[in-house]
Design a protein. Structure first.
Length: 87
């Protein structure tokens, strides 16, 4: 059972990281009102907003997606280690 939970957690983590990367890439090339970009923005922006309040822009660069990816990976690793210890 813990193996299935760990795999589901890894899949969720990977999908979230891909959505964040898609958000960054689409923000450069796609109109903000395009349905695909609007969908990705609705999923990712609630996660990025709290980070943006804490971490200021550095010049024109927004590091909140990088920080979100790092946090997702850290939380995933922590939860996977917790699941392994429950076996």
């Amino acid at each position: 059972m813990t193996v299935i939970l760990a795999q589901a957690l890894n899949i969720f983590s990977n999908v979230l990281v891909m959505l964040v990367l898609a958000h960054v890439i689409l923000s450069y090339f796609m109109n903000p009102y395009h349905p695909i970009r609007a969908f990705v923005d609705r999923l990712v922006e609630p996660l990025l907003a709290p980070i943006r309040r804490v971490v200021p822009l550095i010049g024109m660069l927004d590091f909140s997606p990088v920080i979100l990816i790092i946090l997702v990976q850290l939380i995933t690793n922590f939860l996977n280690n917790l699941l392994v210890s429950l076996r």
